[in-house]
Ligand binder design. Structure first.
Ligand code: LMR
Length: 393
């Protein structure tokens, strides 16, 4: 049965984890997969998560199945975190999902049931797994211009032009904040212009919010979601708690659908839960209950916000540190876009050959596109890293 199968290619991002782990060099640097790291290079469990987990262990009395939609208190808290009061809750469905990826996968099936002929327009470039995940589920995807690789800015005019040509009823996948891979997001004014086109063309926004709280603040990072929710009849939002709660391997996320009215909302609710049953039946519980405990307890929520702010602050500091170190070593190269970007990522702006040399000669790991995870930089490795980059320029 399996004799015709060829080996699958290594994943562009996750493949780097094993490569880096297997590298014996002591001074190797991991700027690959998007996980937060401390100044010591660790990805620790958040303090607030430890507290909530302890409470869960002490009080949980059953591990019986939970329904397809997951934990109701988690869903309500995620809905509030995402939309605040931007729209009428009677028009919203929110379900728990296994991480941002699981949420995207459920959304893909729902879109295929509702409008199989629709195209989903994705930014060029976008997260390396958007196309395989959504395309693999059966959706038709096409790119819209986003990042100008020569100038390291967003091509908002070209994006607006392209979206202005899109057929009514198609979907537009937007990154709510901390665009992955470029780290560059539209300003609020630009988001308003993008929303104008979406409203005029009657497109359906499909917003992926995997980094809420990593750019400016929980509220500022949700600007486009809330702005669109005030203006459009229908939209889809996927959330991940991997980064902002550090719950990567626990697979915690949510999917929200804004419906045109309450009747439609009730139908979508049955459909989306039916989709879940046909894919993974019920979502994993542990991480979502932890998030629910944190979001629904004022003290834990405040403590979480502080830990999140500290992660955000460290990312900003590391951007400045690397940019300054590169300025000293390569004054003829402009790396100023590193500090214009926010969140975990940005492009270094070097070629795939240079990326390969960094890996081979210096043990510096990043995605082939030269996307770097800023959290992999520390005060300890920044000089070695900048020396290595300068050496391959
Ligand atoms: C990333 O972009 O590195 C993260 O979102 C991890 C992943 O699953 O790709």
């Amino acid at each position: 049965m399996f004799e015709k199968l060829q080996p699958a290619p290594a994943d562009a991002i996750l493949g780097l984890i094993a490569e880096h782990n297997n590298d014996p060099r002591a001074d190797k640097v991991d700027l690959g997969v998007g996980v937060f790291r401390t100044a010591e290079g660790e990805t620790p469990v958040l303090d607030v998560v430890k507290i909530a987990e302890q409470h869960l262990i002490d009080t949980q009395s059953s591990k019986a199945y939970i329904g397809t939609a997951g934990d109701a208190s988690f869903n309500a808290a995620m809905q509030e975190l995402t939309f605040a009061n931007a729209c009428d809750a009677d028009r919203l469905v929110t379900i728990q999902a296994p991480g941002g990826s699981g949420s995207l996968r459920v959304a893909a099936s729902l879109i295929l049931r509702a409008r199989p002929e629709a195209t989903v327009w994705v930014s060029e470039p976008t997260w390396a797994n958007h196309m395989p995940l959504l395309g693999g589920a059966g959706l038709t995807l096409k790119p819209y211009p986003y990042y100008d690789t020569a100038r390291h800015v967003i091509n908002v005019d070209q994006m607006l032009d392209a979206l202005g040509q899109v057929a009514t009823g198609d979907l537009v996948l937007l990154h709510a904040c901390c665009h992955n891979p470029s780290g560059l997001d539209p300003s609020e004014e630009e988001w308003r212009a993008i929303s104008d086109v979406i409203v005029e063309r009657e497109l359906v926004p499909f917003v992926d919010m995997a980094y809420q709280g990593f750019a400016d603040s929980l509220d500022a990072d949700a600007f486009v979601v809330r702005h669109l929710a005030e203006r459009v009849p229908e939209m889809i939002v996927t959330n991940s708690c991997s980064k902002n709660f550090g719950l990567y391997r626990d697979r915690v996320g949510s999917l929200s659908i804004l419906a045109a009215d309450t009747t439609s909302r009730n139908t979508i609710n049955t459909q989306v839960n039916n989709v879940v049953r046909t894919i993974y039946s019920v979502p994993p519980d542990h991480g979502a209950v932890v998030v629910s405990l944190i979001l629904n307890d004022p003290e834990l929520r405040a403590a979480w916000r502080l830990e999140l702010a500290a992660m955000r602050g460290r990312l900003r500091e590391m951007r400045v540190l690397l940019t300054d170190a590169l300025k000293e070593r390569a004054p003829d190269h402009d790396f100023s876009h590193l500090v214009r970007a926010t969140g975990m990522f940005c492009f270094l702006g070097i070629t795939a050959d240079q990326v390969a040399r960094l890996k081979k000669d210096y043990g510096v790991y990043m995605v082939d596109s030269s996307r770097i995870n800023i959290a992999g930089i520390t005060a300890h490795n920044v000089n070695y890293l900048a020396d290595s980059i300068a050496a391959v320029l």
